[in-house]
Design a protein around this ligand. Structure first.
Ligand SMILES: NC(=O)c1ccc[n+]([C@@H]2O[C@H](COP(=O)([O-])OP(=O)(O)OC[C@H]3O[C@@H](n4cnc5c(N)ncnc54)[C@H](OP(=O)(O)O)[C@@H]3O)[C@@H](O)[C@H]2O)c1
Length: 337
C-alpha cells in the first residue's frame, strides 16, 4: 500500500484528488491538510466523503504529514507550494506538486508570476509531469511538477507536428475555453455566478501565465524557440477545456498524412484518443475522465487541431495520479477512468 498525504485537500483539485485516490486500490489516504480554522472531519467539509474517508483535515504540520505518508500531493496555490515542498523532499518523501512553482526556470517564473523563486535547488530536480512526453523521467523521479491545465491540452495537441511547424516558420495560434473550476475555489467578482452564467468572455489574451509554459516545453521538444499566441476564454460551465489550435500553411501535407502522424504518435498512449480525420471532440466526451481527445481538420491551407480535457482530471488531479502510478511502478491507469 502507498500511503498518501494531500495538502490543500479542501480545494477543487484536492477534492478531485481524493476522488481518484479512493478508486486506486494500491493507495491508502493517510493525511489531509489545508488552511482550516479548526481541525474538521473531511466528511463534514465534503459530505460525499462520508463513510469513505474518516480523517481530520488539519492545518499543515510537515513533520506529521511526512511521518504518515510515502507520497505527498501539493494541491496548493503557487508560492505556497515552494514554501513547503523543500521540507517534504528533505524528509525523503515523493512529492507531486500541482502548482506552477516548479514547471519553469526561475527567470521565466519570476517574470510571469511576479514573485521571487525561493527554491531554485529543487526546481532543478523537478520533472515536468506530462507522461506522454516524459514517461521515462517520471519513472525514476522523486519530485514531479504536474503541468498546468491549458498547457496539458495544448502541448498534447501539438506534440506530433510541432517540429515540422517550427521548421517551416509557421505561427501557432491557440484559442482555449475553460470551465470555471479552472480558477480554483476562492471566489472573485469575474468568477461569480452573475458574471459567468449566460455569458462568455476572453481574458488575459496573449498575457496568460500558462503561455510561457507551453512555449518553454514545446521549445524543449523542438530544440528551437517556439512562439504560441494564446487567447483563453471562460465558459459558463464547471469543468472542461476545449482548445482550438490554428496553423496556416499553403504547403501542408494532406489531412490523411497529418492524421497518420497523430495516430503513430499516440497509438500506445492510454489516455489520448484520436478522432477520425475531420471529426472534432467535445468537452462532454472527456468530462469526468483522464482522457485528452484530439481531432484534426486540414482544409484551405489551414490545420485546425481541437483538444478537449477535463481541467480537474487530465489537467490536474487525474494526471497527478497518473504520475504517482508511474513513479510507483503501477499500471498508470490504476484508479483512473
Ligand atoms: N483548478 C484547476 O483546474 C487546476 C488545474 C491545474 C492546476 N491547478 C493548480 O493546482 C493548485 C490548486 O488549485 P485549486 O484549483 O485546487 O485551488 P483552490 O480550490 O483555491 O484550493 C487551494 C487549496 O490550498 C489550500 N491552501 C491555501 N493556502 C494554504 C496554505 N498557506 N497552507 C495550507 N493550505 C493552503 C486551500 O485551503 P482552504 O480552502 O482551507 O483555504 C485549498 O485547500 C493551484 O496551484 C492551481 O494553479 C489547478
Amino acid at each position: 500500500m502507498i500511503k498518501v498525504g494531500v495538502v490543500g485537500a479542501t480545494g477543487y483539485t484536492g477534492e478531485e484528488l481524493l476522488e481518484v485516490l479512493l478508486r486506486n486500490p494500491e493507495v491508502k489516504i493517510t493525511c489531509l491538510s489545508a488552511l482550516v480554522e479548526r481541525e474538521t472531519m473531511i466528511s463534514d467539509l465534503y459530505p460525499k466523503f462520508g463513510k469513505k474517508i474518516s480523517l481530520l483535515c488539519k492545518n499543515l504540520d510537515v513533520e506529521e504529514v511526512s511521518a504518515g505518508s510515502d507520497v505527498v500531493f501539493l494541491a496548493l496555490p503557487h508560492t505556497v507550494s515552494m514554501a513547503v515542498a523543500p521540507q517534504f523532499l528533505k524528509n525523503g518523501k515523493k512529492v507531486i506538486d500541482l502548482s506552477a512553482d516548479y514547471r519553469l526556470p526561475a527567470e521565466i517564473y519570476e517574470e510571469w508570476y511576479k514573485t521571487k523563486h525561493t527554491d531554485p535547488e529543487n526546481l532543478h530536480d523537478a520533472v515536468y509531469g506530462l507522461p506522454e512526453l516524459n514517461r521515462d523521467k517520471i519513472k525514476g523521479a522523486h519530485f514531479v511538477a504536474n503541468p498546468g491545465c491549458y498547457p496539458t491540452g495544448v502541448i498534447l495537441g501539438l506534440l506530433p507536428v510541432v517540429k515540422a511547424v517550427v521548421d517551416a516558420g509557421l505561427t501557432i495560434i491557440v484559442d482555449s475555453k475553460t470551465g470555471a473550476t479552472g480558477a480554483g475555489r476562492k471566489g472573485t467578482i469575474p468568477l461569480s455566478f452573475g458574471e459567468i452564467d449566460e455569458n462568455f468572455y476572453c481574458y488575459k489574451a496573449n498575457e496568460h501565465q500558462h503561455m510561457p509554459e507551453m512555449e518553454y516545453i514545446l521549445s524543449g521538444v523542438v530544440g528551437a524557440e517556439v512562439q504560441v499566441n494564446f487567447a483563453p476564454h471562460l465558459l459558463p460551465i464547471r469543468r472542461g477545456i476545449l482548445s482550438t489550435i490554428y496553423i496556416q500553411h499553403k504547403g501542408l501535407p494532406g489531412e490523411n498524412e497529418i492524421h497518420k502522424m497523430y495516430e503513430d504518435h499516440f497509438r500506445e498512449e492510454p489516455f489520448v484518443r484520436l478522432r477520425p480525420p475531420g471529426e472534432m471532440p467535445q468537452i462532454q466526451d472527456v468530462a469526468g475522465t483522464n482522457f485528452c481527445d484530439i481531432g484534426i481538420k486540414v482544409a484551405r491551407g489551414m490545420l485546425i487541431i481541437v483538444t478537449v480535457i477535463d481541467n480537474l482530471l487530465k489537467g490536474a488531479s487525474g494526471q497527478a495520479l497518473q504520475n504517482m502510478n508511474i513513479m510507483s511502478g503501477l499500471d498508470e491507469r490504476t484508479g483512473l477512468l
